[in-house]
Design a protein around this ligand. Sequence first.
Ligand code: AMP
Length: 498
Amino acid sequence: MTKFADLNLDPKVLKAIDEAGYESPTPIQAGAIPPALEGKDVLGIAQTGTGKTASFTLPMITMLAKGRARARMPRSLVLAPTRELAAQVAENFDTYTKHLKLTKALLIGGVSFKEQEQLIDRGVDVLIATPGRLLDHFERGKLLLTGVQIMVVDEADRMLDMGFIPDIERIFSLTPFTRQTLFFSATMAPEIERITNTFLSNPTRIEVARQATTSENIEQGVVMFKGSRKDREASEKRRLLRDLIAAEGEALTNAIIFCNRKTDVDITAKSLKKYGMDAAPIHGDLDQSQRMRTLDAFREGTLKLLVASDVAARGLDVPSVSHVFNFDVPSHAEDYVHRIGRTGRAGRKGKTVMICVPRDEKNLADIESLVEKTIPRIDAPGRPATAEEAPEADAPAAAEAKPRRTRTRGSRKTEPKVDAKVDAKTEAPVEAPVAAAPAVVAEAPAQETAAERSDRGSSSRSSRGRGRRDERDDKKVVGMGDHLPSFIALSFEERRAS
Ligand code: AMP
């Protein structure tokens, strides 16, 4: 087996690796480090969790240890698709450059241009950036890419998904033709193949098996789930998720819960919190400082459940995630591979459970054909959701509740659905949702009835406030009896419905 000591890395890098606790290089590291150190272009087909970040950072640091940075002309450049991933690459550099004096700058959105420009002005060895932000800096005229000797493109397939390929092509063309390129992608879509053919020169190609899916250390399962009624499916699905989380007991130390849509990320996180679980959302629409805070808390272990979208969690480097839940079946089969790769990292054990509703069965079949195995069907823990279990008991996020219009005098007011306001204390089963569920079921209709009552109450209050003329109008309608003209009946019905 290859040892790090055999790879010709700088002794100070070796020391940092040793302190990080790595015993031996992973296959992508053993494959990519030697050609990279020889100055060759590398095409690495590997996903996160394989140790790919170190496979480019370690040789880069070794090569950059010789020489010095010049003002405004970074010596190397790493492009990453998301801010989080870029920040993680930067952290990797910090870990491995511990015993060296190399400078770096991280160019990502949400951080002031001024601070970043000051760093670039002083000269940096490594520039780590998202493509858009890099080009913004370039266009401000404060950055020259003509000194780039090594350029890394990380997670190129994700760049493709996010529409960054034109930016990448432009950045390639701004760097010297003689640069060395280290290019990483989890998959080789035709467009990625085209880019590598255009910009890489006779690369050494290293392909690492889809470790996460073939790995024995991730236990996989899928629960086939159908809501009792279409309009209850979402809340019943969240209930199922809570049951699945609770069923893991102490084995669950922390988990990432993936949703396909950002709105579901928010709703699911709020719903979990409401039920006393330690959860927070992360997706691209949240502001940068909030995303960083959430990620830091999850990394440090002060946040247990991270509810995430694919892009936000991509490359998330938390070595010990015990569980991954797929609240939805991802619509791109590769995303399943990325998602479950968040657990079972670096040889640890991991578990993943996915919820599949009937309309997602086609996507499930696609995943199974990609990973070339049948994901075991597992039963839902606890009790099955029945029609008696009022979905309103779930009382999810206000975001999900459709605004309800109530007429007040002379104006229209939107109110959230009453069930969204239900106090979690009276309703949510904290810690042990399975056992406490009947209480929720019993309480829910009463909540709804009270809610309905209070709704009606407010409308009668407002009709009282309407004054004499309106009162007369109301009486007129009621008193029409059999002679009620049809158009009045219509508006009367509508008002009742609202
Ligand atoms: P990556 O694929 O770069 O996202 O890395 C996945 C995880 O593996 C990170 O937490 C790294 O710190 C860790 N890692 C990288 N290389 C090694 C190694 N040779 N031995 C053990 N862990 C490693």
